[in-house]
Design a protein around this ligand. Structure first.
Ligand SMILES: [Zn+2]
Length: 266
């Protein structure tokens, strides 16, 4: 059995073991965060995305067909603010999700409601909306693309609080923290541990950093071994302190929330 097959099986088993039935009377548990802390978010996302046929950038960004996704900071890439000051983001959810899975997604969206001016609302007839689907992997477009845009949360590998929020953040316009324009002051990319064909995943981007500090604890930061081809060797090393944690999986950090409020002028 190849390692990737065993990892997939493990994820499947994990998914099954977590799919305990939730009776109608039960509400969403308060602490329904990530159940398994031993795997970082990047590993989970990249493992889940092994099976996808989509063209993905940096592991989980849908390659745009019409424009450069790497500079998504014009107003047209952002979700519109309504006259009441709230940014309404219409969404639909695939009927393939069970009610328990829908609750997980809802729960992750609610965290944006309580800390920002964003509001995810069921789509009525809006033109621009997010279609949450159970495709082969965890991925999203960058920013608002116009019309229907897919945000994929595979039922087996992606329904974790942190991953749902990570993908939503992409749909809001946020890129990976380690591709920030100023990242070389904060992390070292170990190119020798990265497959040259995957090196583009680590290219710096002309990001709008919103005058916020580099955030090792961002939910948008990849883990130390992302895309590493040398078993156990790091592809990303925090500097100067290599022991700083990156690739957290709990949920949005203080600065993740601040940035949403800054970008959307909440
Ligand atoms: Zn991502």
């Amino acid at each position: 059995m190849t390692p990737s097959v065993s990892v997939l099986l493990l994820l499947l088993l994990l998914g099954l073991s977590q799919a305990h039935p939730l009776t109608e009377e039960e509400s969403v548990p308060e602490v329904q965060m990530d159940e398994d802390d031993t795997v970082d978010i990047t590993t989970r996302i990249l493992t889940s995305n092994n099976a996808t046929n989509e063209i993905l950038l940096e592991g989980d960004l849908l390659a745009p067909r019409t424009r450069n996704a790497m500079t998504c900071w014009s107003q047209s890439c952002l979700w519109k603010k309504a006259s009441n000051g709230l940014v309404m983001i219409p969404f639909t959810m695939s009927s393939e999700f069970t009610s328990w899975e829908r609750q997980k997604i809802d729960y992750a969206m609610k965290a944006f409601h309580s800390s920002t001016c964003l509001r995810f609302v069921p789509r009525q007839n809006e033109y621009d909306y997010i279609s949450v689907e159970n495709r082969a992997g965890c991925f999203s477009a960058l920013g608002k693309t116009g019309g229907r845009q897919v945000l994929s949360l595979n039922r087996q590998g992606c329904l974790y609080h942190g991953i749902i929020q990570h993908e939503i953040n992409h749909a809001l316009g946020f890129q990976h923290e380690q591709t920030r324009s100023d990242r070389d002051y904060y992390v070292r990319i170990n190119w020798e541990n990265i497959n040259p064909q995957m090196a583009y995943n680590f290219y710096k981007q002309a990001t709008n950093n919103l005058n916020t500090p580099y955030d090792y604890s961002s939910i948008m930061h990849y883990g130390k071994t992302a895309f590493s081809i040398q078993h156990g060797r790091d592809s990303i090393t925090p500097i100067p302190n290599a022991n700083v944690q990156i690739g957290q999986r709990k949920g949005m950090s203080y600065w993740d929330i601040m940035r949403i409020n800054l970008l959307y002028s909440c």
